[in-house]
Design a protein around this ligand. Structure first.
Ligand SMILES: Cc1cc2nc3c(=O)[nH]c(=O)nc-3n(C[C@H](O)[C@H](O)[C@H](O)COP(=O)(O)OP(=O)(O)OC[C@H]3O[C@@H](n4cnc5c(N)ncnc54)[C@H](O)[C@@H]3O)c2cc1C
Length: 288
C-alpha cells in the first residue's frame, strides 16, 4: 500500500520544529529514521498531514561521556551505538543488545531516540533503559526536562512525551565498579521483535547480588521491571535454589497477554528460562 498524501518539512533548528508542532498539533508527526513510522503510513494505520523530518538537526546526534553519564543523542543510529567504543565500555548492555535489534539495513537508519519514542512493547531498548535507570532528556517550546525511564514508558506505544515535545537525548549512568549487565531474548527469527526478552543489570560482590534490575520486553503492553523476582535475588549469594525461587516469583511480576506468537503461560515460561540464562552468564562474567 501507499501512504495517504502528506506535506513534508525539514527544519534546520529545534525552534523551527517546535513552531511546526505548535502550528499543526496532532496533524504533524516527527520523522527520524522512518523505520517504524513509514510502515504505519504505508499500512494507513496513521495519516498525518505533515511529516517533520528532524534528521537535519546535527545537535541531536552523537555519543559522549560527561559527568558520570553516557549521553546518546536521539538521532544516533542503532549502527552507531553498536560500533561505539564508549558504549561498549560504559554501557555494555547496549552493545550486547544491538545485534538483536532488526537487521543491518534497519540499524543503519533507525535511531535510538526513535525506538524509545515509538515505545513498541516488544522493542529491546525500552527494557534496557529501565535496567540502566536512564534519564530521557526532552525539549519543547517552553524548555527542557528530564524523565526517568521508569516514568517515561506509560503504555502501549505511549510515553510521557507531551504534544510539541521532542526526545533529544538519553543520559545513562556509566557502569560502576562491580556491576554487570546481560541480555537475551526469544524471537521467531533472527532480527525479529522479541517474543520475550530480558535486560538485567546488577552488582556482583563475592557472588552476592545487589541493586538487581530485571527489565522484560515482549511480555506486557510496555517494558516492565520484575520487582518481586528482584527482591528475591537482592543481597543473597546466587545459587540454583535462589534462582528457582526468583523464577517462581516471575509469575507474580508478569501477566503476559496471549498474542499471535505465544500464550501468556508460554511467555512466563520463556521469561523464566531467560532469567536463568542471563543471570548465569552474568555470574560467570563477574568471576572471569
Ligand atoms: C523489519 C523491521 C524489523 C525491526 N525489528 C526491530 C527489533 O527487533 N527491535 C526493535 O527494537 N526495533 C525493531 N525495528 C524498529 C527499528 O528499531 C526502528 O528504528 C525504531 O522503532 C524507530 O526508530 P526510527 O528512527 O526509525 O523512528 P521513526 O520510524 O522515524 O519514528 C517512530 C516514532 O517515533 C517518533 N519519534 C521519532 N524520533 C523522535 C524524537 N526524537 N522525539 C519524539 N518523537 C520521535 C515518530 O514521530 C514516530 O511516531 C524494526 C523495524 C523494521 C522495519
Amino acid at each position: 500500500m501507499k501512504p495517504a498524501p502528506f506535506h513534508y518539512e525539514k527544519p534546520a533548528s529545534l525552534d523551527a520544529v517546535f513552531s511546526l508542532l505548535d502550528k499543526h498539533g496532532d496533524n504533524a508527526r516527527i520523522l527520524a529514521g522512518g523505520q517504524s513510522l513509514l510502515a504505519t503510513l504505508n499500512m494507513r494505520l496513521s495519516a498525518p498531514d505533515l511529516l517533520i523530518d528532524i534528521t537535519g538537526l546535527d545537535t541531536l546526534r552523537g555519543i559522549a561521556v560527561d559527568g558520570g553519564f553516557l549521553r546518546i543523542g536521539a538521532l544516533t543510529t542503532h549502527a552507531e551505538v553498536k560500533g561505539s567504543a564508549d558504549v561498549a565500555m560504559h554501557a555494555p548492555l547496549l552493545a550486547q543488545v544491538m545485534p538483536f535489534i532488526a537487521h543491518p539495513a534497519i540499524r543503519n537508519r533507525g535511531t535510538f531516540g526513535g525506538s524509545l519514542a515509538h515505545a513498541d512493547p516488544a522493542a529491546e531498548l525500552p527494557a534496557c533503559m529501565l535496567a540502566l535507570d536512564a534519564e530521557m532528556e526532552i525539549a519543547g517550546a517552553s524548555g527542557k526536562r528530564s524523565v526517568r525511564a521508569a516514568d517515561f514508558f506509560r503504555g502501549l506505544y505511549e510515553t510521557d512525551l507531551k504534544p510539541g515535545e521532542v526526545l533529544i537525548s538519553v543520559a545513562i549512568p556509566v557502569l560502576s565498579a562491580g556491576y554487570r549487565s546481560g541480555f537475551s531474548e526469544f524471537s521467531r527469527r533472527s532480527g525479529d521483535f522479541a517474543m520475550a526478552g530480558l535486560a538485567a543489570h546488577a552488582k556482583f560482590e563475592n557472588g552476592v547480588l545487589s541493586d538487581v534490575r530485571l527489565a522484560y520486553c515482549g511480555v506486557d503492553i510496555r517494558a516492565v521491571r520484575a520487582a518481586a523476582a528482584e527482591r528475591v535475588l537482592d543481597g543473597k549469594p546466587l545459587n540454583a535454589n535462589l534462582l528457582d525461587e526468583a523464577k517462581a516469583r516471575l509469575a507474580d511480576d508478569l501477566d503476559p497477554p496471549d498474542d499471535l506468537q505465544a500464550s501468556g503461560k508460554m511467555k512466563i515460561h520463556l521469561s523464566q528460562v531467560l532469567l536463568g540464562r542471563v543471570l548465569s552468564a552474568m555470574s560467570s562474567a563477574s568471576e572471569a
